[in-house]
Write a protein that binds this ligand. Structure first.
Ligand SMILES: [Zn+2]
Length: 144
């Protein structure tokens, strides 16, 4: 696995500095290339925090700031998206989100993943999936 940050997002630079080594150990296949890009506000009609398209992860700095995520919480968010890619989660699988969360936990970011989900619940952005978000917190609590 290889991580690329062509937009030079500072938070992604920090993430790579801290987590590239443990990730290489977990996923030694360097044919898997994952790219991080900035999601410009003018292209973000749905006010997404992160968007994943195949092996590219788009991050919206304004939406991340609106949610009030701390740098370690953004690391957990990035790890979650990597979890979707590296564990090949199926979009309709009942445990897709939990599997993605488990990579955050694997990197020691389980606690931060929980507070990200708590902030998402508090923001009432995804009211229709609150019960699924609560289930993720319960799962992460068991892993921690
Ligand atoms: Zn997810």
């Amino acid at each position: 696995m290889k991580l690329f940050n062509p937009d030079k997002l500072p938070i992604v630079e920090s993430f790579i500095r801290c987590y590239d080594e443990p990730l290489q150990r977990l996923f030694p296949d360097d044919k898997i290339k994952i790219i991080f890009r900035s999601l410009p506000d003018e292209d973000n009609d749905y006010r997404d925090i992160v968007v994943r398209l195949n092996k590219t992860v788009y991050l919206s700095t304004p939406e991340i700031n609106k949610l009030g995520l701390t740098p370690p919480e953004i690391f957990a968010t990035i790890a979650h998206e990597l979890g979707h890619i590296l564990y090949h989660t199926h979009p309709w699988a009942y445990d897709a989100e939990e599997r993605a969360d488990s990579l955050a936990a694997e990197l020691g970011l389980g606690r931060q993943m929980i507070t990200v989900i708590e902030k998402i619940i508090a923001s009432r952005r995804f009211r229709h999936i609150t019960s699924a978000l609560v289930r993720r917190i319960q799962y992460l609590t068991h892993l921690a």
